[in-house]
Design a protein around this ligand. Structure first.
Ligand SMILES: C[S@@+](CC[C@H](N)C(=O)[O-])C[C@H]1O[C@@H](n2cnc3c(N)ncnc32)[C@H](O)[C@@H]1O
Length: 210
């Protein structure tokens, strides 16, 4: 339970994301290689909390810190957490990347799945600035989602997804990976690896340098 959120987590609060159920294993395969063996992983935009439970259960030597700015998402994360009873899964924290006062001062890794195309570009800028502040040299930032890539035709399904995102909010939409990498570099994060994932998604692995 979060001090300023005095609700009890209830199984009725648990939300389900079909895409999280589909992508959690392929993402976990990458995380096993990308994350440190121990330490604290800050998950940005945890959504339902299904990823947090799955990854914390599979990676017991890591402490998993889920976050989301949306209170109903935090209720869902808390409800999944109450059921899972994992010692390494912390209660969810409210974290909006665009707010300067992140509730976490440091992390050994940051994971952010399916956020940067469903938020304004300012959220990507803030995510990179925050990751640059929190991570120390050698620590990873893992991003997952659909991207545009220079010289690579965007899959028709991703073009349709981009159009639907922009119709919901003109500030949303698929990001160009080169532009994301340039913003990351300005915060001391180098793009080290790009891993093709099912359903035309990518894992993008950054490392804090310097
Ligand atoms: C499509 S959901 C993805 C949730 C989860 N990561 C997943 O893949 O199932 C996008 C999430 O981004 C969060 N989000 C949107 N804007 C944000 C911001 N400025 N800072 C942090 N999270 C944000 C939303 O609250 C939502 O939970």
């Amino acid at each position: 339970m979060i001090a300023n959120e005095p609700w009890a987590a209830d199984s009725a609060d648990r939300r389900c994301s079909p895409s999280a159920a589909r992508n959690r294993e392929p993402i976990l395969d990458v995380l096993r290689r990308a994350l440190p063996r121990s330490g604290t992983v800050l998950e940005i935009a945890s959504g339902t909390g299904e990823h947090a439970v799955h990854f914390a259960a599979a990676l017991p030597d890591l402490t998993w810190q889920p976050t989301d700015p949306d209170v109903d998402s935090r209720r869902s994360i808390a409800a999944w957490r109450a059921e899972a009873k994992l010692p390494n899964l912390r209660p969810p924290l409210p974290l909006d990347v665009t707010h300067a006062d992140w509730p976490v001062a440091r992390a050994d890794a940051i994971v952010c799945i399916n956020m940067i195309h469903i938020s304004p570009w300012t959220a990507t800028l803030a995510l990179m600035a925050g990751a640059g502040r929190l991570l120390s040299a050698g620590s990873p930032l893992f991003l997952y989602g659909p991207f545009r890539r220079a010289g690579v035709p965007t899959a028709p399904g991703n073009e349709a997804f981009d159009a639907s995102l922009r119709s919901r909010d003109p500030a949303w939409g698929l990001r160009d990976l080169d532009e994301v990498a340039a913003v990351a570099q300005a915060s001391g994060l180098l793009l080290r690896d790009v891993i093709p994932m099912p359903a035309n998604n990518l894992s993008a692995l950054f490392e804090r340098v310097g």
